[in-house]
Every structure is written in structure tokens, then in C-alpha cells.
Design a protein around this ligand. Structure first.
Ligand code: OAD
Length: 229
């Protein structure tokens, strides 16, 4: 089976009701991104940051995968599919995709603030982290999210995945946040690259086939028009 790598961003989950980042004046659910997605914001007001992600988690539990997530999962019947997502939701997994690498962390996980940085699952029945919630070694738990200014530990794995792609599909990302935005540059010679986004993405290499549609419609077009076996 051909190796099909999919890079997804916030636009992938927009049709499930999760808002994108850069379409709302730089605010993320009415918060300044630097207040809720940076180590500085965490040290300034830990309880506000914990509460913000508790709300995001509650919202996620109420959301369902959209038709685009489902179509990507179905592609596993014909392709060796690997998804690399910037999204912290679990909608790809809930749609049935088997290979999902999360570049920017996962909402449904907590991480120790101790030096080990151990990661723990958060259950749907108790989807909150509170001040005073500690890891077994006694360190405060924090959301397992890569904040601005922090290292992206999965980037090397993501690069290796893209380097083996025979087909690369980029969906719903403004390609403004690095290093994620540079991943497509690692696609090997001869790799077919498709980009699905309803809005114009500037400075794209001319070799990329652009499908200017929302995720569900765009993936359906990709499947029926470009990926016919
Ligand atoms: P952005 O909000 O920057 O970009 C979202 C993209 O989705 C835009 O290009 C929109 O045009 C597109 N879009 C909107 N609706 C869509 C739809 N229905 N179908 C497909 N595409 C649609 O989000 P990202 O590029 O994912 O980081 O942002 C990258 C990172 O910045 C995020 O992972 C997050 C943020 O800060 C962290 O949380 C660490």
C-alpha cells in the first residue's frame, strides 16, 4: 500500500465545532494566546490556565468527529495512512484513524511539571486538572500541551514520517507556526502534495495541488478525483 501522510491543523476540526486559532483576531476562545498557551501565562495565573483547558476538554467531549475525520479513517482500507496533527483534540482517533502523531500535545492527557515530565491519561469521567493535583512523585500536573516557546519533542518523528511519504495531504492549517509549517519541506522528490483549505494560503510551491474547500468536501474530492486506485 502507498504511504499517505496527512498533516492536519485546526481547520480539520472546525466542522466539529472547535474554533481555529487565527480566524478570531489572535484570540483563542476569547483569551490572548500568550495568556493561555505559554509558560509565562502558566506562572502568572496557573488556575486560570488550568480552568481554560478544563473548559476546552469539556467542549471536546461534547464534539464528534466530522465527515472529514471519518473519510481519513476510511482511507486506511487502501493506503498506509499516517496522520501528523497539530490539533490537541482526539477526533482523528475517535473517527478510527490508527496512526496519529500529536505534534502539539493532547488535551486528554496531563503532564507532570517535575523534571521527568511523565504523561498521564485524563478520563472522560473526571476531565479536569486542579491546582494541587499532583503526579505520583508530588509535582503539580499541567495540561500536556506544547506551549509557545517550548520544545516540540515529536518534531523529529514527524520529519521521519514525512520523509517516507509517497502522497502528502495538508489540511486546515495556516502554516504560520513553526516548526510544524516546515514539515512539508521534508517530502521526498516525487511525492504528490495536496492542500485542502477553504482560504488562500500564500507562498505555496506551484507543485502543490490546492483543493480550496472545507475539510469534509475537500477530502471527498481528494478521494474521488485524485486518489482513485
Ligand atoms: P490556524 O487557526 O492558524 O489555521 C486554521 C486554518 O484552517 C486556516 O488556514 C483556515 O483557512 C483553515 N480552515 C478554516 N475552516 C476550515 C475548514 N472547515 N476546513 C479546512 N480548513 C479550514 O490553525 P493551525 O495552523 O492549526 O498551537 O495553528 C497552528 C498552531 O497554532 C496550533 O496547533 C496551536 C496554535 O497556536 C498550539 O496549541 C501549541
Amino acid at each position: 500500500m502507498k504511504k499517505l501522510v496527512v498533516l492536519t491543523g485546526a481547520g480539520m476540526s472546525a466542522e466539529s465545532g472547535i474554533s481555529t486559532f487565527r480566524d478570531s483576531n489572535g484570540l483563542w476562545e476569547n483569551h490572548r494566546v500568550e495568556d493561555v498557551a505559554s509558560p509565562e501565562g502558566w506562572y502568572k495565573d496557573m488556575e486560570m490556565v488550568l480552568d481554560f483547558y478544563n473548559q476546552r476538554r469539556a467542549q471536546l467531549i461534547d464534539c464528534t468527529p466530522n465527515a472529514g475525520h471519518q473519510l481519513l479513517a476510511e482511507l486506511e482500507a487502501d493506503f498506509d495512512v499516517q496522520i501528523v496533527t497539530q490539533n490537541v483534540d482526539n477526533l482523528h482517533e475517535r473517527a478510527g484513524s490508527s496512526n496519529v502523531l500529536h505534534l502539539h500535545g493532547e488535551l486528554m492527557k496531563a503532564r507532570s511539571t517535575g523534571s521527568g515530565g511523565e504523561v498521564y491519561d485524563i478520563t472522560h469521567s473526571q476531565p479536569i486538572i486542579k491546582k494541587g493535583d499532583l503526579c505520583p512523585k508530588g509535582f503539580q500536573l499541567r495540561p500536556h500541551i506544547v506551549w509557545f516557546g517550548e520544545a516540540v519533542p515529536e518534531i523529529e518523528n514527524a520529519i521521519r514520517i514525512v520523509q517516507r511519504a509517497e502522497i502528502l495531504v495538508i489540511i486546515g492549517t495556516s502554516l504560520k507556526v513553526y516548526p510544524a509549517a516546515s514539515l512539508m519541506n521534508y517530502a521526498p522528490q516525487g511525492c504528490l502534495i495536496y492542500l485542502i483549505d477553504p482560504n488562500e494560503i500564500s507562498n505555496l510551491p506551484s507543485s502543490i495541488t490546492v483543493i480550496r474547500k472545507g475539510a469534509s468536501e475537500g477530502i471527498l474530492e481528494l478521494k474521488t478525483k485524485y486518489l482513485k486506485q
